[in-house]
Design a protein around this ligand. Structure first.
Ligand code: ZN
Length: 104
């Protein structure tokens, strides 16, 4: 599985919201069981290991006289996977690395 980055805070909030919405239709016994399950899931989320964010940067590549369809003579290229891109986006659309010199 890819080591994608997610928001730990958003995940905890989502689990909590699901439990709150479920709790209205549970018996006391079911509610206690659900609460124990919720607490165990919350602990797992809070203790899950961090993954270091992989970074790369956009490098300008001269296209050697040929122009792109929008009239540019250069493109940006990911330093990690070398996929060309028209703008310096925050993440490489090909390999997903966070780009240090993003402009959009
Ligand atoms: Zn890339």
């Amino acid at each position: 599985m890819d080591q994608d980055l997610i928001s730990r805070e958003a995940l905890i909030e989502a689990v909590f919201d699901h439990c709150v919405s479920m709790s209205v239709c549970l018996s006391k016994e079911e509610y206690d069981g659900m609460k124990r399950m919720r607490d165990a899931i919350m602990d797992d989320i809070e203790n899950a290991p961090k993954v270091e964010r992989e970074e790369a940067e956009w490098k300008t590549v001269i296209l050697g006289g040929s122009m792109t369809h929008d009239g540019h003579e250069h493109r940006e290229e990911c330093s990690a996977c070398h996929k060309k891109n028209e703008s310096k986006t925050r993440y490489c659309p090909n390999c997903g690395k966070h780009m240090r010199n993003a402009e959009v």
